[in-house]
Design a protein around this ligand. Structure first.
Ligand SMILES: Cc1cc2nc3c(=O)[nH]c(=O)nc-3n(C[C@H](O)[C@H](O)[C@H](O)COP(=O)(O)O)c2cc1C
Ligand code: SF4
Length: 568
């Protein structure tokens, strides 16, 4: 077991990681203590200081805010006499906040000792406070609190498929690696994790890369606020995912796969483990799969420990190797230099599920949607009558989607998460498709009652919190953006603050190492462009005189990082 997994287990078992633990781990694994400490500092759910015996995190996502998370967190703190973010003096409980927990359509959501609980209303909060005061163990809390159901509102070829275990594997073996690649190309399947890279090319590049061992990694980190479609697939379609990973392994010549599951989805881990066990027992996983001599493939689950940037594929690989999740310098790309430096396919959960579906049913099944070939899962949350998961044909317009989910008086929609696109009613005829309005699957609806500056403030804080700090433009830039949006939200901004933010954004886009830094200023700037009334009362028409030249400061810091190299 890797050091990160050990640290996570220690944290969950004893609420903190002590100096003695660090010393034992460092000695046992022959690592410097500073490396172990660096992991604790990096991952949000690892702590040196003890947390409460009931360790509670409220999800800080905008969708949870809209459903009342701040009010419920304050209520719970008041009932328990606890201060937010600080363990109660008797060590019984800590109530704090964390980035989106992926239960956006069923908030306000919390994690308690790593387990997810949804729909925190007044009565649930009061009951929970009583259980905590009564020192009732978590195992005796109402079972229904921990039952996370998925609202699958609209089904397409993936969600409505009558899956036959092993069908895709048999087909993959029959048509061979060339046939699988052809099927994925014919279906025009593109990555569903955000970048939309053609899946057939990724698999083909990896299988043709040299080396004795190749790997398959399923990206189940799903940290983009407003995205929860992978959660639903992991919950209800884990067999399809495992089958997709298995055919990927067979195609690219890998015998080992990993599911990198975000910490917040701990509640799904056991269920997926059981599926893996069952498939091993029925010879759908393991050695000589389904009696095919020489076809071996198995899967291990690796848990994250709280870091949005670990969703970026190279950071994910670093984390999988037990390190801090700092994105690698690319090229080389994972398809040639991935896990342990070996060729690796990293695919999103949904992509792997569709791959299994396409190989089993044929490419036409997926690509028969007209001009915009294919389908996409959307996680719809926010102001609508029917939030949940929708499988839509690519090319559907935002307006059609809004009609499907019963949204009215819509002021704006955030497509693709905080770093994605904010659209207003004049753009609702835009199409959801890879080359038009790309989305990793998040679709958050805001009606006329919402203050869009609050939304931009939430997103900007999210990016600053999740910046891994590796590159200076992002580390410094995200903090500056937070100061500026807070100032504007409080009504103390000037129009020239916006100009200053544009300059910082320009720098961050050019000089940041990964997508996080490149997107961090997008929410406030697009909100300013598209929802000017929200700013009318908040921006004075005075000239802003910066205390120092931000651009020069960031350039200088960049230079220092370049000269001194990448911090380790
Ligand atoms: C900051 C950041 C976070 C990301 N988070 C995720 C994620 O949670 N899940 C995911 O599948 N891809 C995420 N990605 C995209 C991955 O880097 C990668 O493109 C994807 O896993 C590839 O799989 P696909 O080809 O199936 O889309 C993220 C990218 C960035 C820059
Ligand atoms: S852009 Fe931000 S999140 Fe990405 S590597 Fe740089 S500091 Fe880390």
């Amino acid at each position: 077991m890797k050091v990160l997994q050990m640290l996570r287990n220690l944290q969950l078992a004893q609420n903190c990681i002590t100096d003695a633990d660090i010393a034992i781990l460092a000695e046992g694994l022959n690592l410097p203590r500073t490396k172990v400490q660096a992991l604790i500092d990096f991952y949000s759910f690892l702590h040196n200081e003890p947390r409460g015996r009931y360790d509670i995190y409220f999800s800080d996502s905008i969708t949870d805010h809209m459903l009342g998370s701040r009010v419920q967190a304050a209520r719970l703190c008041e009932k328990l006499g606890a201060e937010p973010g600080v363990p109660r003096p008797d060590g019984a409980v800590t109530v704090s906040f964390t980035s989106c927990t992926g239960l956006c359509e069923r908030g306000p959501a919390i994690l308690v000792n790593g387990m997810a609980v949804d729909r925190m209303d007044d009565s649930r909060v009061d009951e929970m406070a009583a259980l905590i005061e009564g020192k009732v163990p978590l195992e005796e809390w109402p079972l229904e609190w921990f039952m996370i159901n998925d609202a699958l509102r609209r089904k397409g070829p993936l969600l409505e498929d009558n899956y036959t275990p092993g069908a895709a594997i048999e087909q993959a073996i029959q048509i061979g690696a060339d046939g699988v690649i052809e099927a994925l190309e014919g279906a025009n399947l593109r990555g569903c994790g955000g970048a939309g890279f053609p899946t057939y090319r990724k698999w083909d590049l990896c299988r043709k890369a040299g080396g004795d061992q190749h790997y398959v990694v399923c990206n189940a980190d799903e940290g983009e606020p407003g995205t929860f479609k992978d959660r639903a697939l992991l919950n209800g379609y884990a067999d399809v995912l495992i089958e997709g990973m298995t055919i990927c392994g067979i195609t690219i010549g890998a015998t080992q796969g990993f599911i990198y599951l975000r910490h917040e989805y701990e509640f799904l881990r056991e269920r997926i483990e059981r599926r893996l066990e069952r498939r091993r027992a029925t010879n759908l996983l393991g050695r000589n799969i389904q009696g095919h001599h020489g076809i071996h493939f198995d899967i291990e689950i690796a848990m994250g420990a709280g870091s949005y940037v670990c969703g970026e594929e190279s950071a994910l690989i670093e984390s999988l190797e037990g390190k801090r999740g700092i994105p690698r310098i690319r090229p080389p790309f994972p398809v040639t230099h991935g896990y342990r430096g070996r060729p690796t396919v990293v695919n999103n959960v949904e992509t792997l599920c569709y791959a299994a579906n396409i190989v089993a049913r044929g490419p036409e099944h997926f690509a028969s949607t007209g001009h915009y070939l294919g389908w996409k899962l959307l996680s719809i949350s926010g102001d609508c009558r029917a939030p949940g998961i929708y499988e839509i044909p690519l090319g559907a317009t935002a307006r059609e989607v809004l009609e499907m989910c019963g949204a009215e008086n819509v002021r704006a929609v955030q497509v693709g998460g905080p770093g994605g696109i904010l659209i207003t009613p004049d753009e609702f005829d835009r199409k959801l498709a890879f080359d038009h309005m790309n989305t990793a699957g998040s679709f958050i609806i805001f009606d006329e009652s919402r203050d869009m500056v609050d939304v931009a403030v939430n997103f900007t804080h999210f990016f600053a919190h999740e910046s891994c700090g590796f590159c200076t433009p992002c580390r410094v830039g995200t903090k500056l953006m937070v100061q500026m949006v807070d100032k504007i939200a409080a009504g103390h901004g000037a129009r020239l603050d916006i100009q200053q933010m544009r300059r910082i954004h320009h720098l961050m886009t050019r000089a940041s190492h990964c997508g996080l830094g490149q997107s961090a200023a997008v929410p406030i700037l697009t909100t300013y462009e598209k929802c000017p009334p929200c700013f009318q009362e908040r921006l004075e028409d005075i000239e802003y005189k910066p205390a120092f030249d931000v651009e020069a400061a960031i350039e200088r810091s960049r230079q220092i990082v370049k000269e001194e190299g990448r911090p380790r």
